[in-house]
Ligand binder design. Structure first.
Ligand code: PEP
Ligand code: MN
Length: 636
C-alpha cells in the first residue's frame, strides 16, 4: 500500500544559523533524525521526488537522502529518484554524511498479542532489513511510504496489523512495542547524504553517478578508487547505473573512457575535505594487507595533544640530529612558536659513511625529551635496531623507522610491540605495495597507529637527493586508512626546494609534513644542505596556515598577519572581478539581478566560517554585496 501524505510545511522557528532540512517520510522517520542532525529543522516530504523538487525550488536549504543501509546495501527507493533528478539537470552537491542507528521496532495497537499479528507495514527498504525475522514470525510484509507513516496507518486502522518503525514513531502514535528490533542483523544503520543546491554550496563528500553500458565496465572500481559502490537496477530506458560514494571524480573520469562509463559528479570536493569514511567491513583494498588496507574510517593518530589523519594535519619539525642540549632546545622553541605540532630529532643516525657522526644515542634522547617538555611538543625519533626499541619507547612519543630500515622485518615487529605510534618512512627503493606491506608488519605485531611517510625515492634525476613521489603518495591514498605525510627535506636534499615540495604535498592532501630545521646549518652535524633556518621555516608555516603563538617575536608575528591581509585583499579583489562577470552574464541572459536566496546562502557561508563573530560575518557580507552591486551597476 502506498499512501501519499500531505506535505508538512508549517515548520518551527528557525534558530539563527539553522537550516531547513527536508527528508522523505513523516515525523518519527529515521530520515527526520538525519535531518535534525546539528540542530537543524527537519521538514517532511511524502516522496523523494517531492523532496528533491523542493530543494531545486529553494523551499528548503538542504535535503537528506538515505544512500545505504548496513543490512541491505543501496536504498533503491532513494537512489533512483536522485539519479533521475540529477539526469534531469538538478545541480546538487553533497555536503555531509550522517549515519543513523536503526532499530526497527514491531509496534501494534495496545493489547494486540504477537500471535494475532499477520501483517506488518513499513517502508520497503525497512521491510527488506527484516525479511528473515518476519518470515520466521509468519508475518506478511506490506509496503508503505514510510516507517513513521506505517505507525500512522496502524494507529488509525482497527486491525491487528503491526508497524515496523522506530520506538519514537511508535510512541508518537500511542502504539505498543512488541519487539524492540526485528532487523535481521544487530548493529543496523543507514547512511544519509546531505545535499544542497550547487548554487553557492561547496561539495565536501565525493559522490558521483555512473552510466555504464555493462556491469563489467564497473568491476573492481571499488578497489581502483577506494569507493563504495551503490548499484542501481537500471532499465531499458536508462543503461545500467551506479552511484559511487567516496571516489575522487577526477580519478573516475580518468577511468571512464577506457571503461565506457559516463561520470556525472555532484561537485568536486577539495582533495583534503574529501576524506570520508569508506564502507566499513568490506574486503580490504589489498587482500594481502588486511590491516593496512582495511576499509574503515581514517585512522587518527593522537600524538600527545595533537592529532594526525582524518582531516587533522601535522607539521613535525626539528633538527636532523640532536647535537647538544642547547641546540635542540633553541630549535624546539623556534618551531613550537611557529605552530609545529611535534618535534623531531635523530639520536641514532643511519649514515652512509661509517666515520660520519652517528648520533648521541641515549644521552641525546634526554636532551630531546627535555626540549620537547620545555615547549610542550611530543617528540619523534628514529630507532635503528631491535635492542634500542624498548628503551627509546619509554620516552619518545613516536618511533620513526627510517627509509633504510623499511624492510627490516625484525625491527618492524619490535616497534609494533612497543606501544608507541610509528612513523614509517618509505624506502628509497621500495614500491608503494612494499611500503604498505611494511605497515602491515607493524600492525600485525599489535600497533594500529602507523603514520606513512613519503620521503623521496631514487630515480635517475641527480638534481635532487631523491624524487618526492607525490604520485605514489596519492596512489596509496585510496588504499589505506592510515595517515600519509611527506618529508620534503630528505626528498630534496637542498634547502631551496623544501618549501615548494612541502606546499605541493600539502596541497595534494598530505596529512602532514616532517621537515628539518637548523639554526646554524653550516655547522650542522648531518644533512646540513637541506636544513631550513628558523626564519624560512616560519615562512613555510605561514604558507601552510599554521597558528603561531606569542613566543614568536612581534616583528615575525606582524609578517604573519601581513601575509594574511595580502591573501584576504587578493581574494576580495577576485570576488569583485567574478561578481562583475556574473553581472555581465545576467545582462546577456536577462536574468534577474537580485536573488534574495543567494544572498541568504552567502550570509550562511560567512556565518559558518566565522562562527565566533556573527556580527563581523554579517558586516562583511553587507560590504561585499554592496560592492558587488556597484560592480554589476545595479540601480536601486
Ligand atoms: C631522518 O629522518 O633523519 C632520516 C634519516 O630519514 P630517512 O630515513 O628518510 O633518510
Ligand atoms: Mn636527516
Amino acid at each position: 500500500m502506498l499512501r501519499e501524505i500531505a506535505d508538512r510545511r508549517e515548520i518551527q522557528e528557525l534558530k539563527p544559523g539553522a537550516l531547513r532540512v527536508g527528508y522523505q517520510g513523516e515525523a518519527g522517520a529515521f530520515g527526520e533524525v538525519a535531518a535534525a542532525h546539528g540542530g537543524n529543522v527537519p521538514v517532511a516530504y511524502a516522496s523523494f521526488e517531492k523532496l528533491l523538487d523542493a530543494l531545486g525550488r529553494g523551499d528548503i536549504d538542504e535535503a537528506v537522502v538515505p544512500l545505504e543501509n548496513a543490512i541491505v546495501g543501496g536504498i533503491q527507493e532513494a537512489l533512483e529518484p536522485l539519479a533521475a533528478a540529477v539526469c534531469a539537470g538538478l545541480d546538487l552537491v553533497a555536503t555531509d554524511l550522517t549515519s543513523v542507528a536503526v532499530r526497527l521496532a514491531l509496534a501494534v495497537k495496545g493489547g494486540t498479542p504477537l500471535a494475532a499479528v499477520k501483517r506488518a507495514f513499513s517502508h520497503p527498504a525497512a521491510l527488506r532489513q527484516c525479511t528473515r525475522k518476519l518470515a520466521d514470525l509468519g508475518i506478511e510484509p506490506i509496503v508503505c511510504y514510510d516507517t513513521a507513516g506505517a505507525a500512522t496507518v496502524v494507529a488509525a486502522d482497527a486491525a491487528t496489523d503491526a508497524a515496523i518503525c522506530s520506538r519514537h514513531a511508535a510512541e508518537m502514535h500511542g502504539l505498543e512495542v512488541l519487539l524492540e528490533d526485528v532487523s535481521d542483523k544487530e548493529a543496523n544503520s543507514t547512511r544519509f547524504v546531505h545535499l544542497r543546491h550547487a548554487d553557492h554550496a561547496r561539495a565536501a563528500v565525493p559522490l558521483a553517478f555512473l552510466r555504464a553500458a555493462s556491469l563489467t565496465a564497473t568491476a573492481r572500481l571499488d578497489v581502483l578508487t577506494g569507493a563504495t559502490l551503490l548499484p542501481l537496477a537500471g532499465n531499458a530506458e536508462h543503461p545500467l547505473r551506479l552511484w559511487v560514494l567516496g571516489a575522487d571524480a577526477a580519478r573516475l573520469q580518468a577511468l571512464a573512457p577506457v571503461r565506457d562509463v559516463q561520470v556525472i559528479s555532484l561537485g568536486q570536493p577539495a582533495a583534503h575535505a574529501a576524506r570520508i569514511a569508506p564502507k566499513e567491513g568490506t574486503a580490504p583494498a589489498v587482500k594481502a594487507f588486511p590491516l593496512a588496507t582495511a576499509r574503515r574510517s581514517p585512522t587518527v593518530v593522537e600524538v600527545g595533544p595533537y592529532k594526525v589523519g582524518g582531516g587533522h594535519r601535522a607539521v613535525v619539525a626539528g633538527p636532523c640530529s640532536v647535537e647538544t642540549p642547547e641546540q635542540v632546545l633553541r630549535i624546539a622553541r623556534q618551531v613550537a612558536a611557529c605552530g609545529a605540532t611535534a618535534l623531531r630529532g635523530g639520536i641514532f643516525k643511519p649514515r652512509t659513511n661509517p666515520y660520519a657522526f652517528q648520533g648521541h644515542g641515549y644521552e641525546g634522547l634526554q636532551w630531546l625529551v627535555a626540549a620537547g617538555k620545555d615547549v610542550g611538543l611530543p617528540i619523534v625519533t628514529e630507532v635503528m635496531a631491535v635492542e634500542q626499541v624498548e628503551k627509546v619507547a619509554e620516552q619518545a612519543d613516536v618511533l620513526q623507522i627510517g627509509a633504510r630500515n623499511m624492510q627490516n622485518f625484525d625491527l618492524l615487529r619490535a616497534v609494533g610491540r612497543a606501544g608507541r605510534p610509528v612513523l614509517l618512512k618509505r624506502g628509497a627503493g621500495a614500491t608503494t605495495d612494499e611500503w604498505l606491506g611494511a605497515a602491515e608488519y607493524v600492525m600485525a605485531s599489535g600497533e594500529a597507529r602507523v603514520i606513512l611517510c613519503e620521503r623521496g625515492i631514487r630515480t635517475f634525476e641527480p638534481s635532487t637527493r631523491n624524487t618526492l613521489d607525490l604520485g605514489g603518495m596519492l596512489a596509496v591514498r585510496p588504499l589505506t586508512h592510515l595517515p600519509l605525510i611527506a618529508d620534503p627535506s630528505h626528498a630534496a636534499g637542498r634547502a631551496d626546494l623544501v618549501e615548494g615540495l612541502a606546499r605541493a604535498a600539502w596541497s595534494a592532501g598530505a596529512d602532514g609534513i616532517i621537515v628539518e630545521v637548523h639554526d646554524d646549518p653550516a655547522r650542522a652535524l648531518s644533512d646540513a644542505e637541506q636544513a631550513l633556518v628558523p626564519a624560512r621555516f616560519a615562512e613555510l608555516a605561514r604558507a601552510l596556515g599554521l597558528h603561531p603563538d606569542a613566543r614568536l617575536p612581534l616583528t615575525q608575528l606582524r609578517a604573519w598577519v601581513d601575509a594574511i591581509d595580502h591573501e584576504l585583499a587578493t581574494l576580495v579583489k577576485r570576488r569583485l572581478d567574478v561578481a562583475k562577470v556574473i553581472g555581465d552574464s545576467k545582462k546577456q541572459t536577462g536574468k534577474a539581478v537580485l536573488d534574495p536566496k543567494r544572498e541568504a546562502a552567502v550570509r550562511r557561508t560567512y556565518a559558518e566560517a566565522i562562527a565566533g563573530s556573527p556580527e563581523l560575518a554579517d558586516k562583511l557580507v553587507d560590504l561585499l554585496i554592496e560592492a558587488a552591486r556597484k560592480q554589476q551597476s545595479i540601480e536601486e
